[in-house]
Ligand binder design. Structure first.
Ligand SMILES: Nc1nc2c(ncn2[C@@H]2O[C@H](COP(=O)(O)OP(=O)(O)OP(=O)(O)O)[C@@H](O)[C@H]2O)c(=O)[nH]1
Length: 472
């Protein structure tokens, strides 16, 4: 069935930029207030959020977005008591880092940016490395000026913090569900399984968390890997990256607060821990991207198998199968269902006069014209050649007749293009329709019986002069 998606109305850019500025302001406050947990703002979500949002919504990536983000950054520092000079320097470095990451990702194919390609995880790692390096290099000079510390300390701290935040947060932003996602875009083959089985991957993760809390030590970092991989194979890329974010942040917070029994001895251990945690998330992310790529390929394949490649309506087998299912599910409805067979009149002449290309355009145009007249619950398919069929559930015989007439008249009244893209001279066409209602066949006739009856009625419609509806 042809369906047109109503495009979601985009938010006015000015509002979106304002929201971005507020979001960055809030994210900076979260980072600033998270500092007491340890490791000097190990959780600094603002830069990763900015990078993720600019990549996800390319139409926002204009100068006002940077201006709004800059105001958000500086305002957060100023309201929490930082000096102007330090706020300007550090936040210029934040902006530079996020911009460098955005430059790496912005030109990539949309499916790579949506984490639907196997290489997506590697591009993300590259962008995170570039963004953290640029940010760290730009910011580290502030260490001797404002913190009385060597610039190398801030360089390693900044780089490792940023790498972790970019690798954990950007995937969540990029893979978050969108209004235009096709149904069943989530992968994992969990559809139709019991709730218990669906919850098994996340339960294994919780179990691993419990075990590593008891055992502790440096090896505890990797205890969660099997659970994360299982989640990546089972859930959507969004859910998997969200779980990685939670697990890795919990690891850092657990180490900082002493809940996890591993105490870094010196600054080098902290650097190593952060980079290790980041790379821990890379494996499940790569698996989630590969899994999403496979799910997308399967969805496209399934769509190609079930739809006619010329007109986009259901292919014969899919129509017969879905039609049979629809009829069975509506067998006990009081109104009943109708089956229509529709055949383009004198279609051979179109091919002979204008060529097969024009004939193809006519078939596409007629399919679209008829689909527009049908309800969302109706099915429309191409049986082959210039012959279509429709299944209309829950209609009375009178309503079915009226709908068949509407279809006939819609085709008759519309001029159709002879060349792709509405080009070339227009052509006119008509269809003959055979209609059968389940009530006239005893109420519980199957798809084959109804099609046969509709076909006989169609034959009559042709014999009686075409461009008409005949009832079985
Ligand atoms: N362009 C195009 N032509 C097709 C396609 N499939 C079948 N045809 C042509 O459709 C024509 C069908 O011709 P006929 O069965 O004689 O029917 P008709 O000319 O529509 O005449 P009536 O049905 O009796 O009104 C044939 O010439 C086929 O070659 C297709 O996918 N594209």
């Amino acid at each position: 069935m042809l369906r047109t998606l109503a495009p979601s109305r985009p938010i006015a850019p000015a509002l979106a930029w304002l929201a971005l500025g507020l979001l960055i302001f809030g994210a900076c406050l979260v980072g600033i207030f998270a500092r007491p947990i340890g490791f000097l703002s190990a959780f600094w979500p603002a830069n990763a959020l900015l990078l993720g949002l600019l990549v996800r919504y390319p139409h926002l990536a204009r100068p006002p977005a940077w201006a709004a983000a800059a105001v958000g950054y500086v305002a957060a520092d100023l309201v929490t008591g930082s000096a102007w000079g330090m706020a300007l320097w550090l936040n210029a470095a934040n902006l530079l880092g996020a911009t460098a990451g955005w430059l790496v990702l912005r030109g990539l194919d949309e499916r790579i940016r949506r984490l639907q390609r196997t290489v997506s995880a590697l591009y993300l790692l590259l962008a995170a490395l570039v963004a953290s390096t640029v940010g760290a290099l730009a910011g580290c000079g502030a260490a001797p000026v404002y913190f009385n510390a060597p610039w190398t300390d801030l360089l390693s701290l900044w780089f490792s913090t940023e790498l972790m935040n970019y690798m954990l947060i950007v995937p969540v932003v990029l893979a978050a569900p969108r209004a235009d996602d096709p149904p069943q875009a989530t992968q994992g083959g969990l559809q139709g399984m019991s709730l218990l089985w669906r919850a098994a991957p996340i339960s294994s993760l919780l179990l691993a968390e419990g075990i590593r809390t008891v055992i502790g030590g440096p090896g505890m970092l990797a205890f969660v890997v099997p659970g994360l991989l299982w989640c990546a194979l089972s859930y959507s890329a969004f859910t998997a990256s969200l779980l990685s974010l939670v697990v890795c942040l919990w690891t850092m917070a657990g180490v900082a607060t002493g809940v996890l029994n591993f105490t870094p001895a010196h600054a080098g251990d902290v650097f190593s821990l952060r980079v290790g945690v980041t790379l821990l998330a890379l494996g499940p992310l790569a698996v989630a991207c590969a899994s999403a790529a496979r799910a997308e390929a399967l969805r496209r394949l399934d769509h190609a198998v079930r739809h006619d490649d010329l007109t986009g309506v259901l292919a014969r087998r899919a129509l017969l199968k879905q039609g049979a299912r629809l009829l069975a599910s509506h067998q006990h409805e009081s109104a009943g269902a109708a089956v229509l067979m529709l055949d383009v009149d004198h279609f051979k002449q179109v091919n002979d006069q204008h060529g097969h290309g024009a004939g193809d355009q006519l078939l596409i145009g007629i399919a679209q014209a008829m689909a527009r007249e049908l309800r969302p619950q109706d099915l429309l398919g191409r049986l082959g050649g210039e012959e279509f069929a429709a299944v209309l559930p829950e209609v009375s015989p009178a309503e079915a007749h009226a709908m068949a007439e509407r279809l006939r008249s819609a085709v008759e009244q519309q001029p159709f293009a002879t060349a792709p893209g509405g080009q070339g001279p227009t052509q006119r066409a008509t269809v003959s329709i055979g209609l059968v209602h389940s009530a006239t066949m005893g109420g519980n006739a199957d798809m084959d019986t109804l099609l046969l009856a509709a076909d006989a009625a169609l034959y009559r419609a042709k014999a009686e002069g075409r461009n008409r509806v005949a009832l079985a």
